[in-house]
Write a protein that binds this ligand. Structure first.
Ligand code: AMP
Length: 397
């Protein structure tokens, strides 16, 4: 079965066409600057990538271009659109409606629309992608795979905020968590690598990318995670502040004469590693600055590691035992310095990294020594493959 995986952002669209039996990526690509001048990079299988500067006024045009390229005689990988058997859409917020992926129908679209309030930057873009695909390929079954769904198993004591309960009742204000597709994929894959039953597997999964979150997985289910109502909570991230005293918001607003919206923008886009280091949100730039002796860059890295270690410690203590601690996503898969900085703060858990193995990047590997009380692994995430698998499962049902 050929599954087209679509991940729509507000001005971008990522796609992969995956053959589900072999799990081969037939083609992949990225449309950027949608609504502006438009830029498209398409990589057909093992052929050379093609880059096009093509006006992409909206997502409909972007989807049209993607379908045209997939079937193009020169750059395509299929001869007609009939060879696309299903489409899997990444949807960021499913609120409390969705504890699992689902086939898309009118009712599902309405529920995703109802969640736009909770993810105003993401859900509307996801809906535009769904709408464009439905118009261009009305007969093809489509699934929605939610970032929040995996975390719907969190118990109330973990997901509730300490605010009047009526706000949960009235507005569903609670912790939802994100990166669920990645946490679930990595948890299952690590269980396989450790030859454990995924349903009886406990782990702390650290998805450390520009956006970053940690998840406590107990018996294969999410029981707590560091992101909250929105992806702003938890770890110190590339440009997001993570957990702070909420009183800081009012204080900055008063001192700097800023509106609430301006302060929230500051906390989302100008804070975190970028805000503290004054260098960059990218860990490669951060490491380069540290190597040149920049103390602010070092402070930002230390703070990132300290906060991550705090969450790992908290989640490890909330579970009866931990089978593995796992690093994934851009930083988790590639940055040995950050992994070492985090694990060095967790010696009391008996963690011990092997310095040579910890140099490895983007491969499935145990990076702890044999003596480490808890094994530490790097397991690259693959959200597109996870979406394709879930789509196939739903369509076959
Ligand atoms: P993500 O959001 O998962 O794409 O992760 C972005 C972060 O991962 C950035 O801070 C990058 O510095 C880091 N990253 C991504 N790829 C690499 C790499 N090959 N080497 C080092 N860091 C990387």
């Amino acid at each position: 079965m050929n599954v087209l995986v679509i991940n729509c952002g507000s001005s971008s669209l990522k796609y992969q066409l995956i053959e589900s039996e072999s799990e081969e990526v037939l083609a992949k690509g990225l449309c950027e600057r949608i609504g502006l001048d438009g830029h498209l990079k398409h990589t057909p299988g093992d052929k050379e990538p093609v880059e096009l500067e093509e006006p992409l006024p909206d997502h409909m045009k972007a989807v049209e271009m993607v379908l045209k390229l997939l079937t193009d005689p020169e750059h395509g990988v299929i001869t007609s659109l009939d060879e696309i058997d299903a489409i899997g859409h990444r949807v960021v917020h499913g609120g409390e409606w969705f504890a699992a992926s689902t086939l898309i129908n009118e009712e599902v679209i309405q529920a995703i629309t109802n969640c736009c309030d909770l993810a105003p930057l993401h859900n509307p873009a996801n809906l535009i992608g769904i709408d464009a695909c439905r118009k261009l390929m009305p007969e093809v079954p489509m699934a929605a795979v939610f970032d929040t769904a995996f975390h719907q198993t969190m118990p109330e004591e973990a997901f509730l905020y300490g605010i009047p309960y009526e706000y949960y009742r009235r507005y569903r204000i609670r912790k939802y968590g994100f990166h669920g597709t990645s946490h679930r994929y990595v948890a299952i894959r690590t269980a396989e690598l450790l030859k454990k039953d995924p349903g009886h597997f406990n782990a702390v999964i650290c998805h450390l990318g520009n956006g970053a979150s940690i998840c406590a997985v107990q018996n294969g289910r999410s029981v707590d995670t560091s992101m909250g109502l929105t992806p702003l909570d938890g770890l110190v991230m590339g440009t997001r502040c993570g957990t702070i005293d909420p009183a800081v918001i009012e204080y900055i607003a008063q001192k700097e004469d800023k509106s609430l919206t301006q302060v929230m923008e500051l906390l989302n886009k100008k804070s975190g590693v970028e805000g503290v280091s004054g260098v960059s949100s990218d860990f490669r730039d951060l490491e380069a600055a540290i190597n040149k002796g920049n103390p602010q860059a070092k402070l930002a890295l230390d703070q990132f590691c300290y906060r991550a270690a705090q969450y790992i410690g908290a989640y490890a203590s909330a579970m009866s035992h931990v089978d593995a601690i796992v690093f994934t996503a851009g930083i988790g898969e590639n940055n040995g310095t950050a992994r070492a900085g985090i694990c060095a703060r967790l010696k009391y858990l008996g963690l011990e990294l092997d310095d040579t193995l910890n140099q490895e990047r983007s491969v499935e590997i145990r990076i702890s020594t044999k003596q480490s009380r808890i094994p530490v692994w790097v397991v690259p995430t693959n959200e597109e493959l996870a979406i394709a698998r879930e789509t196939v499962e739903l369509v076959k049902k």
